[in-house]
Design a protein around this ligand. Structure first.
Ligand code: URA
Length: 256
């Protein structure tokens, strides 16, 4: 009987699930499950919660779907992907939050990532840095269809995926207010290179999935636009989170 250590899950518990929705925050896992329950009916059951890893199973047309939290950043996300893959999961969709860096993007919009700049460490343990962090085209297509169907304003393109929230995303509202030279001016450069947003897990999800022959994708709700401010308000967090969940849940119909 296979049991994975960090997620604290037995293979028999996941009922042959093939798709997982990943999110950073364990408390967001039930919000996603409730949304899926409301949209598609079906039972919801908590399977495990150990450290940052909480897993719930729910059903769409009797087909099982997992929702698992990863914690923040690449290292804990890589563990979740490894262990879920061992349990038979083939499709990994991250539903998270993000800071936009292009002026036209508003809080509450969602960003569907086609590829990520690998400003992380974990993905380099799986494939050399020249290897692209790209999303599976069917997952991207499903997320776009889902955003259109749900009436959620969305943007499709490249994301910077950073190991750090502060220096790697060129935030000056930190303890020291110092950003090392390597990252000074980096936001402007990413803007000029048509990058849409910053987040912290997509490069790990996309690189690991491609490298392991799995399908990966990412939809992020915008909680702040960095061209105007750094502060994340409660209202913007709710709008970004709700819309990312809405789109991720609606995409499942096309992927099952
Ligand atoms: N998540 C990030 O990584 N950055 C932001 O600015 C907001 C959410």
């Amino acid at each position: 009987m296979i049991k994975v250590y960090h997620l604290d899950l037995y293979k028999s518990q996941v009922k042959n699930s093939k798709i997982v929705l990943l999110t950073g925050d364990p408390f967001r896992v039930s919000k996603i499950a409730e949304r899926i329950g409301k949209q598609f009916g079906g039972d919801i059951e908590e399977l495990a919660w150990k450290r940052e890893y909480k897993t719930i199973i729910c059903y769409i047309n009797k087909k099982p779907i997992l929702i698992t939290s990863t914690g923040i950043g690449g290292p804990s996300t890589s563990i979740a992907i490894e262990e879920l893959a061992m349990l038979g999961i083939k499709t990994f969709i991250r539903a998270g939050t993000t800071g936009a860096i292009q002026k036209r993007i508003r809080p509450g919009d969602v960003i569907i990532t086609t590829g990520s700049v690998r400003l992380d460490g974990a993905s380099t343990h799986y494939a050399p840095i020249e290897y692209p962090a790209v999303a599976d085209y069917k997952v991207v297509d499903s997320l776009i269809k889902a955003a259109n169907k749900s009436g959620v304003r969305h943007h499709v393109g490249i994301t910077v995926s950073s190991d750090t929230f502060y220096p790697g995303q060129e935030r000056y509202d930190s303890f020291t207010r110092y950003v090392p030279k390597r990252f000074q001016g980096s936001m402007k450069e990413w803007q000029r290179l048509n990058v849409l947003n910053y987040e912290m897990e997509s490069s790990t999800v996309l690189t690991l999935c491609s490298a392991m022959g799995l399908r990966g994708g990412c939809v992020s709700g915008v909680v702040v636009n960095r061209t105007t401010k750094e502060e994340i308000t409660e209202g913007a967090l709710k709008a970004g989170e709700d819309n990312a969940i809405k789109v991720a849940a609606a995409s499942l119909e096309y992927l099952l």
